[in-house]
Design a protein around this ligand. Structure first.
Ligand code: PHE
Length: 340
């Protein structure tokens, strides 16, 4: 048997493949089901126990030799076989570059502006409890203002809901930090509204909060004007309209004059050229007391805006549903947008 193995060994050593086909028949001859190696292993069962160790080693050695021979024949084929020529000077295939989602682009821009003005980023849970989303924000149970925000409640636990705004993050932050406070809280919010070209049951907000001694409405106006200048350019007109929010007093809504240059402008601004971009106001003293901040010593302002609306204006998108459908033709248009 030793002689036989030696003979195979010389055969294997001298084997040289000229084609894939030859390598394959070599493989079948030695490693196939009825191949030489299996026969050797079969015969191995019947040999004298004293010979087993030596012959076992020889068979294994042969097997390794065969396997490495096949491997080298195959790699020769792929790197530089007879007919395959690889031209290293060819240009690379173009890479598919992903694109940031337009909402991420706008969100990043807004966050960066507020970071430069000195605000820190805070996030919180999307599933909230009644206290952080409503009660602490001066909307006790049965307060009519709760109706303004058509809420999705969690059926099994009526105390839990999908947050309707990211003001809840402000409550969480004030509960665990003391003034001075300057934060912005971006995130996804949910309201049970009919889905149409203008509204959706989920959207994105960025809310801001500043609490310190002697903060007043003119500080708020200054910050908002600075933000608008940086996001939309220096020459945009804005106006503050008196409004109502339970958690701010006085409250206002901010409109920006965008003009009516395109059909989309007309559609988004309902033909007026003006678009409401945020709600804001001075934090109601009740809210400060709810989170144990002394309202005789501290005051502050808060504001909140929807990202979709601003993105629609900036990118001339006239249907909010496009943001959530993930149609690749829509998303690819933002490939060249500035990534901040
Ligand atoms: N939370 C308000 C909303 O979602 C926005 C807002 C924030 C208004 C802060 C005033 C102050 O509509």
């Amino acid at each position: 048997m030793q002689e036989l193995i030696k003979k195979y060994k010389t055969e294997v050593l001298s084997f040289k493949a000229n084609s894939e086909k030859e390598t394959e028949s070599f493989r079948i001859k030695y490693l196939g089901k009825n191949g030489i190696l299996n026969k050797l292993f079969n015969d191995f069962k019947n040999i004298e126990p004293s010979e087993k160790k030596e012959i076992g080693l020889l068979i294994n050695e042969l097997k390794n030799l065969i396997v490495s021979k096949i491997n080298t024949s195959q790699s020769i084929k792929t790197t530089n076989s007879n007919n395959v020529f690889f031209d290293y000077t060819l240009p690379e295939k173009p890479k598919e570059i992903g694109a940031l989602h337009p909402l991420s682009i706008v969100e990043n821009k807004i966050i960066n502006i507020f970071k430069l003005i000195g605000f820190n980023l805070e996030t919180g849970p999307e599933i909230e409890d009644d206290w952080h989303n409503f009660s602490a924000l001066n909307m006790p149970e049965d307060h009519p203002a709760r109706d303004m925000q058509d809420t999705f409640f969690i059926q099994k636990n009526p105390d839990l809901l999908l947050r309707t705004h990211t003001s809840s993050v402000q409550i969480r932050f004030m509960e665990t930090n003391s003034p001075p406070i300057r934060i912005i809280s971006p995130g996804r919010v949910f309201r049970n509204e009919d889905v149409s070209a203008r509204s959706h049951c989920l959207f994105h907000q960025i809310e801001g909060l500043a609490i310190d001694e002697n903060i007043n409405f003119s500080d708020l106006k200054l910050i908002i004007q600075e933000f608008v200048n940086r996001l939309f350019g220096e020459n945009k007109k804005i106006r503050f309209r008196p409004s109502f929010f339970p958690f701010t007093e006085p409250s206002a809504e901010v409109d920006i004059y965008w003009g009516l240059k395109t059909e989309t402008d007309k559609k988004i601004t309902k033909g007026t050229g003006w678009l409401e971009i945020m709600g804001c106001g001075m934090v109601d003293p009740n809210v400060l007391e709810n989170v144990k901040i002394d309202s005789t010593k501290y005051s502050g302002f808060a504001f909140g805006m929807g990202i979709e609306r601003i993105a629609m204006l900036l990118y001339q998108i006239d249907d909010i549903r496009l943001f959530y459908e993930n149609d690749i033709r829509f998303l690819k248009q933002f490939q060249s947008s500035h990534i901040m």
